[in-house]
Design a protein around this ligand. Structure first.
Ligand SMILES: Cc1cc2nc3c(=O)[nH]c(=O)nc-3n(C[C@H](O)[C@H](O)[C@H](O)COP(=O)(O)OP(=O)(O)OC[C@H]3O[C@@H](n4cnc5c(N)ncnc54)[C@H](O)[C@@H]3O)c2cc1C
Length: 443
């Protein structure tokens, strides 16, 4: 495979990720970066079929075909420990890979990482039964997708608020003999739907759903011990779905409402157990996704930066490219500042996760999870600033679909709002400095 040639040295993997990766990791990130730039980038429009009223099947054919080499490179098992058949890549390395992938396409990046979201959560638990079951699938050369369900129709953000301890949630998991029985409704889980849809050429199937539910019915009696995390197989009896939502971005992914009508699962499918499930929810599922959002936002901003720098080199005033004028050069310089600062911020959060002896455990009330929210907000603000400037620089060309600028702007919004949102991020950040219990008891 020919190596992707970066025209600008400061975009080289070693310069970008120098302080955080070793030489072996540079190579892994570089290989994936090259693949994304050479093979995926020219075909990103194929992922947009659903947005333009086309056929979602052809979009998924492109996804499965293009993702196959990445699965073979080990991307799907990147975070799983080597003793289970994974690559055991470091957190900074996985974040750098996600950044480089999002620089090319957000939806492709999300879907190729869905199995990692599910397996990463299970591997953060002590549940050997589920670990073995999942490792057998995701550590193979087959492509799998999976799904995580926490948002509920009455409001997503409050159910993600650690200070509310699940009091606003309505999906209930009750113990019945040796089984749990789940009832209620979740909204928006990505890669969701009838199991058959996910058995297709190049895609082995759906791993299943990780579902956050309350084990206590009465909201006032809830606490972190009554938050449960459950593995639900993709074809479990009692599971049904709404039609896919129509969305402004990441249209390759399929989001639906999901209904649990007496869905019965064995007790071994409870992932961590009382207390641990809350840690996995707040610390691994939410914070992991938020940190993933931060690095992807940096990647998306870099994708816009690529376009701005190209466009201002071909657009000229009296034979002189726009970027030669100091007005535009200063804007480009400031774009780069925002991107580099946001990258340093998310890598700092990764460092705090890797050093619990200094910063505490991920899920502590004042632990690194809150910093992850703060750096996602920083990355979101950087993205929004860069996107406005890109529109200024590219003008009408940026407004056209052909430029790809508007697609990146549409796709990026999800990384800012889910999970949580910019306001929630700031509230989490405040938890690093004082105990906040302002919301009081749920009525
Ligand atoms: C494309 C897409 C993919 C998604 N994928 C998944 C998925 O895979 N799994 C899943 O479970 N969910 C998923 N979601 C749902 C997503 O996580 C939620 O939309 C998100 O968490 C925000 O919840 P909400 O939309 O209900 O906003 P709301 O809870 O209605 O919040 C609205 C606004 O108010 C702010 N706000 C709310 N409460 C407070 C407060 N107490 N203090 C300050 N500000 C507050 C929020 O920051 C937000 O800006 C997805 C959503 C989308 C659009």
């Amino acid at each position: 495979m020919p190596r992707y040639q970066e025209k600008y040295q400061w975009l080289n993997i070693e310069r970008k990720f120098g302080p955080w990766l070793d030489s072996e990791e540079f190579q892994m990130v570089e290989t994936i970066r090259d693949y994304m730039q050479h093979h995926v980038k020219p075909r990103v429009w194929e992922f947009e079929a659903a947005f333009y009223g086309g056929n979602i099947d052809s979009a998924w054919d492109a996804l499965t075909e293009l993702n196959e080499p990445l699965v073979k490179m080990g991307l799907q098992r990147a975070g799983i420990p080597e003793c289970y058949g994974g690559l055991g890549l470091s957190l900074p390395c996985r974040l750098a890979i996600a950044e480089e992938m999002a620089r090319v396409d957000m939806a492709f990046t999300l879907l190729s990482g869905k199995a990692g979201w599910v397996s990463g959560t299970i591997f953060a638990s002590q549940n050997e039964f589920l670990k073995k079951m999942i490792a057998e699938k995701v550590c193979s050369d087959d492509f799998w997708v999976g799904s995580v369900c926490f948002t509920e129709p009455q409001g997503g953000v409050n159910f993600e608020d650690i200070t509310l301890q699940g009091r606003t949630g309505r999906v209930i998991a009750s113990m019945n003999g040796d089984d749990y029985v789940l009832n209620g409704e979740k909204v928006f889980p990505g890669a969701s739907g009838p199991a058959d849809f996910f058995r297709r050429k190049g895609l082995k199937g759906h791993l299943g759903y990780l579902v956050v539910a309350n084990t206590e019915v009465v909201p006032e009696n809830r606490n972190c011990n009554t938050i449960g995390l459950f593995y639900v197989p993709p074809d479990a009896e009692g599971l049904s779905f709404s039609t896919p939502y129509k969305k402004m971005g990441v249209t390759l992914d399929i989001n639906r409402g999901i209904y649990f009508d007496d869905v019965r699962i064995p007790k071994e499918y409870r992932v961590g157990g009382p207390g641990l499930d809350a840690e996995l929810y707040y610390g691994t599922i939410l914070a992991g996704c938020i940190l993933g959002g931060a690095c992807r936002l940096v990647g998306l901003a870099s994708g816009l930066f690529d376009k701005a720098i190209e466009n201002t080199s071909v657009r000229e005033i009296e034979g002189r490219p726009l970027r030669e004028y100091s007005l535009w050069a200063a804007i480009i310089g400031e774009m780069a500042e925002k991107i580099i600062t946001a990258r340093a911020a998310y890598m700092y959060a990764a460092y705090t996760i890797q050093h619990p002896e200094i910063y505490g455990k991920m899920w502590d009330e004042d632990g690194p999870r809150n910093l992850c929210s703060g750096v996602r907000d920083v990355a979101g603000q950087a993205f929004r600033w860069v996107s406005e400037r890109t529109m200024d620089l590219c003008a009408a060309y940026g407004y056209t679909c052909e430029s790809g600028v508007e697609k990146i702007i549409r796709d990026a919004q999800i990384a800012i709002i889910s999970p949580g949102g910019a306001q929630r991020d700031k509230l989490d950040m405040a938890l690093l400095y004082y105990r906040r219990n302002w919301i009081g008891k749920a009525k």
